[in-house]
Design a protein around this ligand. Structure first.
Ligand SMILES: [Cu+2]
Length: 251
């Protein structure tokens, strides 16, 4: 983002830069095509004025068809070719595959429950199992360590919401009745905005949260303390607090 507040927010994940390249290349390609179309229109305006007598249209000839096909293929090459080349230029690792990424060392697992109008986050705690007394829960705030792969399972309990973290270039719908998945690796410590990107009711605008990226040691401290507090405050009769689901149950 520049001084005028125009452009993309600062990137804070390993994937953001790759997406920015695609966005910028696509914008460049679309702008070039747009200017080309304008130029053709301009030439047509000048050449086909009042005094211009149109030559008889002879119908589709092989030459014309070849020319049209050439233009169509050229446009396809410019737009999709740019996307394809960028996809090859930055081959992605295991994070493209959620089940594969789940096996990575140091992976952070978060269950995120979207509802009108907040984000409920849950960490499995010291025992690594969701839905137990030592689960760490957090409202409108996700804490993750810098440099670690983070996997998020995303649910919604009422209407469709959308988990959007602009600094990560990450957006995924949270659909009632389904568990969605997203993964990211944050590269910069700091606090970043979480927004709901799907109009979900009158207080949609309030559905903001914070993603806090901290050092691995700070994260370990935060999680251990949260797990400890959760265990001591655990109330087995408070059913509404136990909204967890088994990790990777949807697959
Ligand atoms: Cu929402």
């Amino acid at each position: 983002m520049n001084a005028l507040g125009v452009g993309l927010p600062p990137d804070a994940s390993i994937d953001a830069g790759r997406l920015d390249v695609v966005l910028h290349d696509a914008l460049f390609a679309v702008s070039a095509i747009f200017l080309g179309c304008l130029a053709v229109l301009l030439v047509a305006l000048v050449r086909h004025g009042r005094r211009h007598t149109a030559a008889a249209e002879s119908g589709a000839t092989a030459g014309k068809m070849l020319r049209s096909a050439g233009v169509a293929l050229g446009l396809l090459g410019i737009v999709d070719g740019a996307l394809f080349v960028n996809a090859l230029r930055h081959p992605t690792g295991a994070l493209a595959d959620f089940a594969e990424a789940d096996k990575l060392p140091g992976v952070v697992r978060i269950e995120l429950n979207a509802h009108q109008w907040a984000w409920d986050a849950r960490y499995a705690g010291a025992d690594g199992v969701f839905g137990t007394a030592d689960d760490v829960t957090s409202l409108n705030r996700i804490v993750v360590p810098e440099g670690a792969p983070v996997l998020v399972e995303l649910a919604a309990t009422d209407v469709i919401h959308s988990f959007f973290v602009p600094a990560l270039r990450l957006k995924r719908d949270a659909v009632p009745g389904r568990i969605g998945t997203v993964s990211f690796t944050a590269t910069t410590t700091g606090t970043f905005e979480i927004a709901c990107a799907q109009l979900c009711g009158v207080n949609h605008y309030k559905m903001r949260g914070e993603l806090e990226v901290v050092s691995p040691s700070e994260y370990a401290t935060w999680l251990a303390r949260g797990s400890d507090l959760a265990t001591r405050g655990y109330d087995p009769d408070d059913k509404s607090a136990h909204w967890a689901w088994p990790w990777m149950a949807a697959r």
